[in-house]
Ligand binder design. Sequence first.
Ligand code: NOJ
Ligand code: MG
Length: 578
Amino acid sequence: MDILLNNKTNRMKNLRLFFAVIVLLFLQMETFAQADLRWYEKAIFYQIYPPSFKDFDGDGIGDIKGIIEKLDYVQSIGINAIWFTPMFSSPFKDGGYDVSDYYSIDKRYGTNDDMVQLIAKAHEKGLKLCLDLVIGHTSNENPWFVESSKGTNLRYSDYYIWTPFVPNEVKGKPTVRGNDIMGEDKYVPFKSARGNYYIKNFYDIQPALNFGFANPNPDHPWEQSIDAPGPQAVQREMKNVISFWMDKGIDGFRVDLASSIVKNDPGKKATIKVWQGLNLWFREKYPQGILIAEWFNPKQSSEAGFNIDFMRGGSLVSNRQGGEFQPTICYFARDGKGQLKDWYDQFIAQYDATKGKSYISLPTGNHDNPRLNAGDRNTTDQLKVTMTFFLTMPGIPVIYYGDEIGMKFLTGLYNKEGSQGDSSKNRAGSRTPMQWDSTKNAGFSTSGFWNLYLPVDKDPDRPNVAKEEQDSNSLLNYTRKLIQLRKSSKALSADGDWQLLSDVNKPYPMVYNRSAGGESFCIILNPTDKNLTVDIPTLKNNKASLVLGKAKGGYYKIGSPYDRINIGAVSALVFKME
Ligand code: NOJ
Ligand code: MG
């Protein structure tokens, strides 16, 4: 009897244990799933400009097979996500930001099958991939546009905006950047069955897609509301494009000119409303996906439902002057003439408004702006200081291909595929082929010089990956260390708190704190060619241990009421505070 009873209790116990294990497993699976849904919080992105990354087939233009070949390298930097500028079929009058077919990869990069293979290979390595969604306009060679020009009741008629004339109130007025009330320049003369003008978004060859107007003017019948059938059809089409690629396994999109879609909407209320709808739809259908806004206003894009938005480095890294980008008076320059205030005021306002809701991304560079290595900001030490900034700030870092080895922004290049257009400086200097090794064309391509997408930097001392792999002091290996450090600590992650400790009006050196859950780091940046000493209100720690950077005689002395810091010329120091 006893034995029987014992058996029964044992069985009960076993059963309870069994259920407990199941519940635990279930809970754990859910946390895993949750963690994966929020992968972007831990993302360290790499931006690839596909025609210049790696040419596999030897035609002088980078391609998907080339990218596949170099995934291990990308991963070796510590990167876990990549975004690509557009790879869809295009006449390339604006580097692919002029899409003629959203449902196919351009043949110069490969095929849709190649893309699916790239996704699979990247995922095997734990790398996420985002494509570029050019949502605000198409190429004028897109069949939608061609059909739209032909009549009013065709399938694509209302995908674009046609006008019979330029309204009087617009005549002679330019579109003011950031204001977004369209000026005369947005009306492109084009006689067709539909009218005499179409509205463009960027270049003339980029007719704007019709997402409607914020406040349609009844005297302008072409101004449709955001809920009208035309704009609604455009939204449906874009959802289709998104689904087409998400269903092939892509992890999300960087959304080109996301803030531009609704016309004459200076406060962005209507634009935000449209995006709230699109983001809600996206999140429900693809909870594991992300949309990154190119909006340059995280406060607005966060309200619109985006996870990430870019902010420009602006006066920190370059001021635009003259016919070319010039790193004239900016913060990260050895002459120490820059200031911090403008950047700080903009950043802190955006940071405070979005904290805990969405992330700011401060990219090292991109295909529209000069590289970190530009003008006389060109030594490894200078670039290390700048890189330290970008990889120790909160939010989502993006390294622009080649910045990790210090590739140079080349000046004096010709206009390549719209790199220099009516409203932009020459961007070709940031788009030159990746420098892999010291073989022909820096290992980018086996093609002849004249077939190269853009010329390779001719400097005999140009940096390359192979050389920097061998050098423990290289920018590449320093970047790897920075990423490792960032990944090792919650305080240095996207979410860790950020606080400027130095006086914003005495900009050199810049000192800031990153902290989370009792962990704390102090980062000191001195881009100038002078040794500097600064006092900051004490952090009340017992110990400051240097975890990255070369002290060169620099120190951190804990005191009261001030901590005193000394930092050598052109250097960056990261202290762990205990
Ligand atoms: C922003 C892109 O980054 C740029 O390269 C492009 O020319 C414009 N949008 C127009 O699509
Ligand atoms: Mg090729």
